[in-house]
Design a protein around this ligand. Structure first.
Ligand SMILES: [Fe+2]
Ligand SMILES: [Fe+2]
Length: 286
């Protein structure tokens, strides 16, 4: 297999297995209006992310599936099937969640449609390998956000009981499969460090613009656009000292090292810990 010689491979830790789980979360009328930090901004930030997931994860699946013949020692057919299965389940569950947001009067479905238009443009103008490079870039985001969700208990503690399990479950599985697209990309002929980082920059700019636009859109629909207290609290939570986004800077930038590999952030111990907690949450909700 043609591997980019500069990129080190760090094997997936033995404790990790990449298996899809069907959750069938139900989001009823009892979900509070502001289910994250009891705050509109934080709720709509996470809602905006959820709006991206169903169509985004379908794009990830398609880009991996299109080049799955490049499996090898570092990434197996089983890993690919696990990745596809997990992302397909995430799409389904976030569809349920987004339908709940829509029922609350938020523009989740229009947001999905807009995102799909953007991704379809990518499908038209990018090669299969470049589409996989976009997936690799965005999977880095999901991996570092997931790590933050699983290490900063203040975030989990401030989600309502109805909403905590889906984020817990999604963060666990994003951690489990965080290297699959990356390792596959390394095997694709013509893949390079330069291409990987160029698409990271492009993906970052587009993601930031879309999330910011959705944030404003959701706040406006919720009649919270001029809730300055919420903007101040939310922006500080995201971008203040060690904020949810600003605190990711180091891990984000690690992607730009030529020898970077997702498992050099060795956080596999979080998976077993949170799987057990998730089982407890699901049992409590049943
Ligand atoms: Fe996912
Ligand atoms: Fe993922």
């Amino acid at each position: 297999m043609a591997r980019n010689a500069k990129t080190a491979h760090v094997p997936t830790p033995d404790v990790i297995s990449i298996k899809p789980t069907r959750m069938d979360f139900v989001f009823g009328d009892n979900v509070p209006r502001h289910w994250a930090f009891n705050d509109p901004f934080c709720t709509h930030f996470m809602g905006a992310l959820s709006t991206l997931f169903p169509v985004g994860e379908r794009f990830f699946v398609d880009s991996v599936r299109a080049l799955r013949e490049h499996v090898g020692e570092t990434v197996t057919t089983q890993d690919i099937s696990g990745f596809i299965g997990q992302e397909a389940m995430h799409s389904l569950e976030h569809v349920s969640m987004n339908n709940m947001l829509e029922a609350k009067g938020l523009p989740a479905l229009k947001g999905e449609k807009f995102t799909l238009g953007l991704l379809n443009l990518g499908r038209r103008i990018l090669t299969k390998r470049q589409q996989l490079a976009v997936t690799v870039a965005l999977e880095h985001f999901t991996a570092i956000i997931a790590n933050r969700l699983l290490t900063d208990t203040n975030i989990m503690d401030n989600l309502s009981d109805e909403m905590r399990p889906i984020w817990m479950w999604h963060a666990i599985e994003e951690t489990e499969h965080k290297a699959v697209a990356f390792d596959l990309y390394q095997n694709v002929p013509g893949s390079s460090y330069a291409e990987r980082v160029v698409f990271q920059v492009v993906a970052t700019v587009i993601l930031a613009a879309v999330v910011a636009a959705f944030q404003v859109w959701f706040m406006a629909r919720d009649k919270q656009l001029f809730n300055l207290k919420s903007w101040a609290f939310g922006l500080n939570t995201l971008l203040g000292r060690n904020g949810v986004v600003s605190g990711l800077a180091k891990e984000y930038l690690d992607f730009f090292k030529p020898g970077f590999h997702p498992w050099e952030h060795e956080n596999s111990a979080l998976v077993a810990y949170w799987r057990e907690k998730l089982n407890g949450e699901v049992a409590k909700a049943a």
